[in-house]
Structure formats: structure tokens, C-alpha cells
Design a protein around this ligand. Structure first.
Ligand code: COA
Ligand code: AMP
Length: 642
């Protein structure tokens, strides 16, 4: 039954007395030592939740449910059309694997606070590895499989892991991607050398093991089981790297206590899921969405989670998601708008959805990028259930804006809007001076401190960057990096990043990092990388480069080299495929590249040519170049049949 709580009262209570509000939420969990100080500040003024409390996230996700009669209930359904596997793990089975693998990790020297990098696709052994790290107080850092060895090496050098756990490979559509050679290359590149690489061999690709260093995942699974170690609530649970505005990723840190309290609350209030119900989150465990709503959220709540290894389309068709919902009786589904656009493209009438019995589904949640109203309307019409667009970031780890379907009196979702502030979040729209703007005016989206539990307390090993990147601009606020507005009825709209971060197919990438790579090419004098609107992926990066004097390399040859370099350095997920050689970049007379103008031009938006531009004609040249290369919505608008 729904809690008889109204959204307005709950949100107001969470802001009026955050410590009392969250202490009440914390009481729903099992604590080895109950917290004494719900909210405190450290010497630097950074907020901490539940100091003095001790618990263990792995215990809460597994042992607690087994001890309370859910041992025989499915905890995880592994559905993998790419490997033709379907397997259900009960809570008792998942606990058994986790406590053994935790024993195996400890036997190879992984101790409290040690870091472990996990480089695996969506497979049960990856979830077990995450939970096993949590069990012994080790700190996992999952790296998405689409990242290239260079990116993995950067993360190895930052996290300095005792061990890396990897799969021998992944399966993309019908193509095998061996992972182990990528790990070997990354370890060779990195300065820090992990003591061990633990390899989970898969049927379709066998990795070669380096004697001494490399170990077989399944051998570790045979270790004697060990109990969960109670750790301080503020102890790190994981580091998740995300793109910043430079080539150096940010290590977002998550703690045990605040995270568990926030996610349990969200499962009830935002997603309206009761223990025993099924959640299907179609994301990757390498992203925040995967951490929170494939792994930790559903398990903390005693739900059944579906772990899907496949794509929205072509595995085998655009009905894959609907088949899963029907087969596993999912109550809630969660994915990125890009996935829905991919399905819509292949099955515009939504015929495949009608093949399945979807009456079990209550809501479709979307996040990762703004959901355009057309995609919102299509999904709602095809599925016949409310669609909820909600906004969050790796940094928050759970939604900041949403329609909380588990609370009473919630205004219904509205296309284009990410909803209302979630309890705990005092979301404000500020102008450049840090003053709140009036309704309807676009500004910088910020959250008044303290951030609620679950949000990152700092960046791994970099308090200074945490302060500088998020807190320094407007004292007392967390600056999200997104722009948006609130309408007169309180609905919030997130319109996109205001920094050098773009969103490609729901994946967050740094244009700053791509520019660093392009600028290092010997023929390139200067460059700009833009996120250009794309009807499938939301945005795709496009490079504009100016050649050094005397360089004669052709556009095609240069593009080939730069595309290959970005792919090798960042990875295929960047989808960097287009380079235009231009005579000059449009700049102000003081030398600042007019990025906003370039974006507007590429997206076919009306814009006023800035009075400060040094050479207005360059814009025509770039527009012609984009149209010639058929990129951007400006092109699509002028060629609607393409
Ligand atoms: N391991 C290795 N390579 C990977 C990978 C992984 N885990 N994930 C993606 N890649 C590779 C792909 O093979 C592809 O390589 P290619 O250029 O050689 O073809 C490249 O990265 C781009 O991948 P992607 O953007 O996924 O393109 P796609 O054509 O394979 O699929 C979509 C397109 C729209 C179906 C897909 O992007 C998608 O499902 N998007 C939803 C994203 C999502 O769920 N985001 C989670 C945030 S909530
Ligand atoms: P990530 O940290 O990878 O989850 O990416 C976070 C970024 O994705 C945010 O800063 C937004 O730019 C974007 N984003 C996520 N969800 C939404 C949403 N519902 N609406 C608009 N943008 C979103």
C-alpha cells in the first residue's frame, strides 16, 4: 500500500529539518551501530551523513532479505539474448556467490578501503563482484566496457586498485569484443600496477592468463564464505568516474550509509516499488543508473532486478524490451530516451509492443538526457502507461527532479519537463550572479546545500577539485552544470549542459577531452568540438579544425586519422565520426570561441549574429560544411525525407 504521504508535505519536511527527516528514513534499515550524528560537516565544511553509524551495504542487499524470508525469491534475472542465456538467481544463491567471492578477494589480499576496478559487461559475476567488494569494505570502481585502454589506464592510475576484475570478453550484437587484451594494454600503459587481474572466462572467448598475476574468477568463487564487515556509514562504497570538462575524469565517491538510505527511500517514493516486485533497468552497470537501479536500489528494497545484456534493437529486434517486461512481469522499466528513439525508428507503429502482454507495467522512467516531447508521447501511446522523465547525474546517484509516483498529490508528468524537486533537494535556478531567477527564465540549475544522503560527499582523492568544480562558484550551492528553468506551476525543465560536456546516446562525454586529442595532431592549429543534435543519439560530437599554415593534408585523410585517434583514446562509445576543416573558428574580438552560436547554427535554431564576432562570414562557411556532411538538425530539417 502507498504511504499516505503527500509530495508537498514530504518535500517541505525534508528541507525544513534535513537531519530529522533523513534520520527517520535511516530507521528503515538495519544498522550494526545506529548513527548518532545524522548530518555533520568535516574540517573543510563538506557535509557528511550518518557519522557514528555502522552498517554494510552488501548485508542490506542480501543477508537481510535471506534472514527475513526472501531466500527463495528471485533477486536477479539475467537475461542475455546475445549469449542466449536466461538464468534466475534467488537471494540465497546471490548471497552464497557473494560471500564466497568476498572470501576469494580477501584471500588475494584485498582489504578494507582497497580499490578494485571492475571491467565487465552486464553479467551476474559483475554484480557479485560489486557486492563482494562492498562486503569486505573494499571500494569498487566499475569502468564501462566501451572505454578504450587509455581511459582505463587513467582510472587505474587514479584509483590505484589492488586488483582488476574483468570478463574475458563482451558481445556487441553478434560481434565478440575481447576485454582481456584491453585490460593488458591498460595495465601496461598505467604507472600503477595492480597485484592481480581476476578473469571471468566466458564460453565464447577465452583469455590468456599471465601466471602469477592473473587469476580465474571461478577459483575465487570456491573460497569459504565470509560475513559482511560492518563499516562506518561514511566509508566509501564505490568510485564512479565521469567526464568533466577536461581529459581527466572525475572520481565521484559514494558512501555506504547515505547511499543505502537514499536509494531505499527512492525505491518507495519515486518508483513506487514494493519488496518482491520486479524492476527492469535497461542500462549498463558501468553507469550511475546501472549502479543505482540495476544493482543497489532494487536489492536494498528486496525487489527482483532484471540484468539485461543486449540492446534495445537487433537483439533480436525492436521488441526486446517489451518481451522482457512481459516475460519477467516488470512493474517498472527504466531506460534512456535514446533507446526508445532506437526502437521507434525500427518499429514506428509500436507493433512489436502489441505482441506482448504488458499489463504488469505501471511506469516507464527515462533519464540520462532530456526526453524530447515526441519520444515521450510515442512511448506513452505505445505502452499505455505514464512515462516519467526524471533528472539526475552521476554526482547525485539518484534523481533530483522527478514525478514521485509513490507519493500522494504529485502533479502528473508533463512532456519536456523532468518534474519537481525530489525530497532532500532544494533545486534553484540562478542567474550568472548567483541570484534566483523568476519563473520561466532560463538559468543555471543549482541545489542549495546540504545535498541529501546518497549524493557524493567529495571526489576521490581530490577535495580541491570537488570544491572548485561544484561549490566555489556560488557559495552555499551545488552547481550542476546544467541549464534550465522552472515554470509558473513549479515544473522544472533541464535544457542541456552549460559546460563542455555532451550527452551521446545517454553517455556523458567531455568535448574538452576530445579537443585535447584533436589539438595534439601535428596538422591542427586549433579546434572546437561541438555536441550537435542527432535524432537517434540526442547529440553527437563534430570536430571543427583549423589547419596550421602550410599544411596540405586533405579533409578526408585528416578526418580518418582524428576519428581513429579519438576511438583509440576514448573508445567507440564517443561516436566521434565527423571532422570539418574550416578556415577560422568564429570568435569574439577578444578571442573567445562562440560555442553557443555554433551550436545554434548546427541545430538550425534562429540566432542573432553576436555583435562581437570578428568575422561573420565564417558562420556561412561552417553552415555549408555541416550541410555538405549531412550532420545536425539543420541538415535534417532541410532534408526531411533523408
Ligand atoms: N563494450 C564494448 N563496446 C561497446 C560497448 C561495450 N559495453 N557499448 C558500446 N560499445 C561500442 C559499440 O559496439 C559501438 O561500436 P562501433 O562504433 O564499432 O559500432 C560504439 O561503442 C557505439 O555504441 P552505441 O552508441 O551503443 O551504438 P550502437 O549502434 O551499438 O547502439 C543504441 C545504438 C541507441 C541502440 C545504443 O546506443 C543504446 O542502447 N543506447 C541507450 C544508452 C543507455 O542505455 N544509456 C544508459 C544511460 S541511462
Ligand atoms: P550522467 O552523470 O552520466 O548521469 O549525466 C548527467 C547529465 O545527463 C546531466 O547533467 C544532464 O545534462 C543529463 N541528464 C540526465 N537526465 C536528464 C533528464 N531527465 N533531462 C535532461 N538532462 C538529463
Amino acid at each position: 500500500m502507498k504511504p499516505a504521504c503527500s509530495y508537498a508535505a514530504t518535500h517541505a519536511a525534508s528541507l525544513a529539518d534535513p537531519a530529522a527527516f533523513w534520520l527517520r528514513q535511516a530507521a528503515h534499515l538495519h544498522w550494526d551501530t545506529p548513527p548518532t550524528r545524522p548530518l555533520s560537516q568535516d574540517a573543510q565544511g563538506f557535509y557528511r551523513w550518518f557519522e557514528g553509524g555502522e552498517l554494510n551495504t552488501s548485508f542490506l542487499c542480501l543477508d537481510y532479505h535471506v534472514q527475513h524470508g526472501r531466500g527463495a525469491q528471485p533477486a536477479l534475472i539475467y537475461d542475455s539474448p546475445v549469449t542466449n542465456t536466461l538464468r534466475t538467481y534467488t537471494y540465497a544463491e546471490l548471497l552464497d556467490m557473494t560471500e564466497r567471492f568476498a572470501g576469494g578477494l580477501r584471500a588475494i589480499g584485498v582489504g578494507l578501503g582497497d580499490r578494485v576496478i571492475i571491467y565487465m559487461p552486464n553479467m551476474p559475476e559483475a554484480v557479485v563482484a560489486m557486492l563482494a567488494c562492498a562486503r569486505i569494505g573494499a571500494v569498487h570502481s566499475v569502468v564501462f566496457g566501451g572505454f578504450a585502454p587509455h581511459e582505463l589506464a587513467v582510472r587505474i592510475d587514479d584509483a590505484k586498485p589492488h586488483a582488476i576484475i574483468c570478463a574475458s570478453g563482451g558481445m556487441e550484437f553478434d560481434r565478440i569484443i575481447p576485454y582481456k587484451p584491453l585490460v593488458d594494454e591498460a595495465v601496461a600503459k598505467a604507472t600503477h600496477k595492480p597485484a592481480h587481474v581476476v578473469v571471468c572466462q566466458r564460453d565464447f572467448v577465452t583469455a590468456t592468463l599471465q601466471p602469477g598475476r592473473d587469476l580465474d574468477y571461478r577459483k575465487l568463487l570456491q573460497a569459504p564464505p565470509i560475513a559482511a564487515l560492518p563499516v562506518p556509514a561514511t566509508h566509501p562504497l564505490y568510485i564512479l568516474y565521469t567526464s568533466g570538462t577536461t581529459g581527466r575524469p572525475k572520481g565521484v565517491l559514494r558512501d555506504h550509509g547515505g547511499h543505502a538510505v537514499a536509494l531505499r527511500f527512492s525505491m518507495e517514493a519515486i518508483y513506487d516499488l514494493a519488496p518482491g516486485e520486479v524492476m527492469f533497468t535497461a542500462s549498463d552497470i558501468g553507469w550511475a543508473v546501472g549502479h543505482s537501479y540495476i544493482v543497489y536500489g532494487p536489492l536494498l528494497r528486496g525487489c527482483t532486478t532484471v540484468l539485461y545484456e543486449g540492446k534495445p534493437v537487433r537483439t533480436p529486434d525492436a521488441g526486446a524490451f517489451w518481451r522482457i517486461v512481459a516475460q519477467h512481469r516488470a512493474r517498472v522499466m527504466f531506460t534512456a530516451p535514446t533507446a526508445i528513439r532506437a526502437i521507434k525508428k525500427e518499429d514506428p507503429e509500436g507493433r512489436l509492443a502489441h505482441k506482448y502482454e504488458l499489463s504488469c507495467l505501471r511506469h516507464l522512467f527515462l533519464a540520462g538526457e532530456r526526453c524530447d516531447p515526441a519520444t515521450f508521447a510515442w512511448a506513452q501511446q505505445v505502452l499505455g502507461v505514464p512515462v516519467v522523465d526524471h533528472w539526475w547525474q552521476t554526482e547525485s546517484g539518484w534523481p533530483m527532479l522527478a514525478t514521485l509516483v509513490g507519493l500522494e498529490g504529485m502533479p502528473p508528468p508533463r512532456p519536456g519537463s523532468a518534474g519537481h524537486p525530489v525530497p532532500g533537494y532544494d533545486v534553484q535556478i540562478l542567474d550568472e550572479a548567483g541570484e534566483p531567477v523568476t519563473a520561466g527564465t532560463t538559468g543555471l540549475v543549482a541545489v542549495k546545500l546540504p545535498l541529501p544522503p546518497g549524493c557524493f560527499p567529495t571526489l576521490w582523492n581530490d577535495d580541491a577539485r570537488f570544491h572548485e568544480a561544484y561549490l566555489a562558484t556560488f557559495p552555499g550551492y551545488y552547481l550542476s552544470g546544467d541549464g534550465g528553468y522552472r515554470d509558473s506551476e513549479g515544473y522544472c525543465y533541464i535544457m542541456g549542459r552549460v559546460d563542455d560536456v555532451i550527452n551521446v546516446a545517454g553517455h556523458r562525454l567531455s568535448t574538452g577531452e576530445m579537443e585535447e586529442i584533436l589539438a595534439a595532431h601535428p596538422a591542427v592549429a586549433e579546434c572546437a568540438v561541438l555536441g550537435i543534435a542527432d535524432s537517434l543519439r540526442g547529440q553527437v560530437p563534430v570536430g571543427l579544425v583549423v589547419l596550421k599554415d602550410g599544411q596540405t593534408i586533405g579533409e578526408e585523410a585528416l578526418e580518418k586519422e582524428l576519428v581513429a585517434t579519438v576511438r583509440a583514446r576514448i573508445g567507440p562509445l564517443a561516436c566521434f565520426r565527423t571532422v570539418l576543416v574550416v578556415k577560422r573558428l568564429p570568435k569574439t574580438r577578444s578571442g573567445k570561441i562562440l560555442r553557443k552560436t555554433l551550436r545554434q547554427l548546427a541545430d538550425g535554431e534562429a540566432f542573432a549574429v553576436p555583435s562581437t564576432i570578428d568575422d561573420p562570414l565564417i558562420l556561412d562557411e561552417i553552415r555549408a560544411g555541416l550541410q555538405r556532411r549531412a550532420v545536425g538538425l539543420a541538415y535534417e530539417a532541410s532534408h526531411p525525407s533523408q
